[in-house]
Design a protein around this ligand. Structure first.
Ligand SMILES: C[S@@+](CC[C@H](N)C(=O)[O-])C[C@H]1O[C@@H](n2cnc3c(N)ncnc32)[C@H](O)[C@@H]1O
Length: 397
């Protein structure tokens, strides 16, 4: 079964039996490096440090070591990897926004480069002007992969950092969920930080009383009334200072021009995210289309991810002077963008048409990606289209 990231988790012992062995020396170099850093830091580090190293350590981390990440042979499937339908609908959704700007796109975390390829060709087919397509990708290995399929398009370039000035559209599909998170847990009615310790290279969690800085980060994510009255003892969850810091940096670029940023990701508004029943948070690991919750397993060979808290993201963006132009499910966004007009009319459907309808089902169905995945559009000095306005549910944030 192809796996896109949802909530279901499999039994770890079954999972352990079914995966093949990873060469131990590969595991050992990253493990040793992280163990040494933990020792140098005084015996414990925040989970966000561990996650950053596990995913992005040059040549050793999951996203940089050349693993097959996407598709059947990889660990999970993202919407642009299903086919071209997502990109073709997205092109229609962003066209009215792009036309209000200098017609430039920045894609964050472009993965295989598949979205960039399909989106540029669809915008060309629609006759929508596009002056440049820049990619900000932290993984050198993924950058090489992207260059292999995009090098012939002179508009495409790679950035090391966000530019100071920009007028255009920023796109990020499943990028925020890949940013490092910190872990918080409630003990004796007080927030603690769940940090990572190393015992001879075997990693484990240990809880420490929250520092003032950590408490501020919790306050930025968890609604005050839930934090102390509504959540049960032993509750564990994630907070997202890294993603929120990224939104601040992005906002300072966006405030200087006519700009829009579109984030597509799985997640919830804060009151759904921090439901008292969600006792163990949303941290998940992906390996070969199986899902579990042990971030110390298969270090460097499995993805580690958590859901996005769209409320705190929106509040930070607003504080930074951006407007929330749109928030709704992926299904609502794609419908407002005209995805249905791309599907074959019923009757006498050939093989290609059936494949297209199946792809649409995966993108739109509430049981697949349609409801769990959300789209938020932040903007500065740009008006949303009527179609987007009609489907906007930003009041739910
Ligand atoms: C789950 S993959 C999604 C890839 C692609 N967008 C897709 O939908 O197939 C996460 C991507 O985000 C990138 N990423 C992680 N942190 C990032 C950051 N701070 N800025 C830009 N990209 C980032 C990763 O390197 C990777 O390309």
């Amino acid at each position: 079964m192809l796996y896109y990231k949802t909530n279901s988790k499999c039994n770890l012992s079954i999972y352990q039996k079914m995966i093949e062995k990873v060469p131990s020396q590969d595991l050992d170099s990253l493990r040793q490096l992280i163990a040494d850093r933990i020792t140098a830091a005084g015996g414990h580090v925040s989970f966000s440090d561990y996650m950053q190293w596990a995913l992005y350590e040059p040549l050793l981390g999951y996203y940089d070591r050349g693993n097959t990440l996407f598709g059947e042979a990889g660990d999970f499937v993202t919407a642009p990897e299903l086919g071209t339908l997502f990109a073709r609908a997205l092109a229609r959704g962003i066209a009215p926004l792009l036309l209000q700007t200098e017609a430039r796109i920045i894609e964050l975390g472009a993965g295989s480069g598949g979205l960039a390829k399909s989106l540029t060709s669809e915008l060309d087919a629609l006759g929508v002007p596009l002056n440049s397509y820049s990619i900000l990708e932290p993984s050198g290995t993924l950058q090489e992969r992207q260059k292999a399929i995009l090098h012939q398009d002179a508009r495409v370039q790679w950035l090391q950092v966000l530019p100071d000035n920009f007028s255009g559209v920023v796109i990020a599909n499943e990028v925020l969920d890949a940013m490092p998170v910190k872990l918080a847990c409630l003990k004796d009615g007080k927030w603690h930080e769940r940090r990572v310790i190393s015992d001879g290279g075997h990693f484990a969690f240990r809880d420490f009383p929250a520092t003032a800085e950590f408490l501020n980060q919790v306050r930025e994510s968890v609604p005050e009334d839930l934090a102390y009255a509504g959540l049960p003892e032993g509750y564990v969850t994630e907070i997202h200072p890294f993603a929120l810091g990224f939104i601040r940096t992005l906002s300072s670029m966006m405030r200087r021009g006519k700009t829009v940023a579109i984030f597509v990701d799985y997640g919830f508004p804060a009151y759904e995210y921090y439901l008292p029943e969600r006792l163990q948070g949303t941290l998940m690991c992906h390996y070969r289309h199986q899902v579990h919750d042990d971030p110390f397993f298969k270090l460097g060979f499995q993805d580690i991810t958590s859901h996005v808290n769209f409320t705190s993201l929106a509040r930070v963006a607003e504080k930074q002077g951006l407007d929330i132009l749109f928030y709704a499910s992926q299904a609502s966004f794609l419908m407002a963008s005209g995805i249905l007009s791309l599907l074959p009319s019923s009757g006498g459907m050939g093989r290609d048409s059936i494949a297209l309808v199946r792809e649409a089902e995966k993108l739109l169905s509430p049981h697949e990606m349609g409801e769990l995945f959300k789209v938020i559009i932040l903007g500065h000095d740009v008006e949303p289209s009527q179609e987007l306005l009609q489907s906007d549910r930003s009041g739910r944030l």
